[in-house]
Design a protein around this ligand. Structure first.
Ligand SMILES: CC(C)(COP(=O)(O)OP(=O)(O)OC[C@H]1O[C@@H](n2cnc3c(N)ncnc32)[C@H](O)[C@@H]1OP(=O)(O)O)[C@@H](O)C(=O)NCCC(=O)NCCS
Length: 165
C-alpha cells in the first residue's frame, strides 16, 4: 500500500504546523532537556533534526513543528511516527515545552494531524501512552481515541489507544 505524503504545512485557529529544519535546534534542545533524561548540545540537536528529516523523506511521515500564529514562537511538535505501531497504522505523538502546557494547544494540533493522517489515505491511527500520563490520555480522549489494550515493560504499563479514520 502506498500512502500520500503527510501535509507539510497545516493551519488551525491558533497554530501553524510546519516542517522542522535546522533553525529548530534551539527549542528542540530545550524540549529534550525537559524530559530529564539527556542533555543535547546545539550541534547534537541539529544532527537529530537532520536524521528525522531524512527519515520523513523516506517514510512520508514525521514531525511538524507547532508555531503560535499570534506570537510566531514555536511551542513543540506533533508527529505521525512508526513508534510501537507501523507505517500503515502509525502512531500519533506530541510534545510541548512545559511553559505552553494547559492551553489546549496539543489537542488543537493533534486534531489537525488526525485529519492530515486521514488525507494520506490511512484508515487507523494508534497512540501509546504511559498509564500515568493523564494529560496525554485526556488529549486522546478528546480526539475520540479508544483504549485497545495495555502491555507492561520495566517502567510500567503502556496503554495502546486507537482511532479509526
Ligand atoms: C501531553 C501534552 C502534550 C498535553 O499538552 P497540552 O497542550 O497541555 O494539552 P491540552 O491542553 O490540549 O489538553 C490537556 C488535557 O489534560 C487535562 N489534564 C492536565 N493535567 C491533568 C491531570 N493531571 N489529570 C487529568 N487531566 C489532566 C487538561 O485539563 C486538559 O483536558 P481538558 O481540556 O478537558 O481540561 C503535554 O503535557 C506534554 O507535552 N507532555 C510531555 C510529553 C508527553 O507526555 N507527550 C505524550 C507522550 S504519549
Amino acid at each position: 500500500m502506498t500512502w500520500k505524503p503527510l501535509a507539510r504545512a497545516i493551519e488551525t485557529e491558533r497554530l501553524i504546523l510546519r516542517t522542522r529544519d535546522e533553525r529548530d535546534a534551539e527549542w528542540y534542545r530545550e524540549l529534550v532537556g525537559e524530559r530529564g533524561v539527556e542533555t543535547l548540545t546545539l550541534e547534537e540537536s541539529q544532527e537529530r533534526l537532520e536524521q528525522f528529516r531524512q527519515s520523513t523523506e523516506e517514510s512520508g511521515i514525521g514531525a511538524l513543528a507547532i508555531d503560535r500564529r499570534a506570537d510566531g514562537d514555536t511551542i513543540g511538535y506533533c508527529a505521525l511516527v512508526v513508534g510501537r505501531a507501523s507505517l500503515d497504522e502509525p502512531e500519533l505523538a506530541y510534545e510541548l515545552l512545559q511553559r505552553f502546557h494547559g492551553h489546549g494547544y496539543a489537542t488543537e494540533a493533534a486534531r489537525a494531524l488526525v485529519e492530515a493522517a486521514a488525507a494520506t489515505g490511512r484508515r487507523r491511527l494508534w497512540s501509546t501512552v504511559r498509564a500515568w500520563n493523564a494529560p496525554s490520555l485526556r488529549v486522546l480522549d478528546k480526539l475520540e481515541f479508544r483504549r485497545d489494550h495495555t502491555v507492561a515493560d520495566d517502567a510500567g504499563e503502556i496503554v495502546y489507544m486507537v482511532r479509526d479514520l
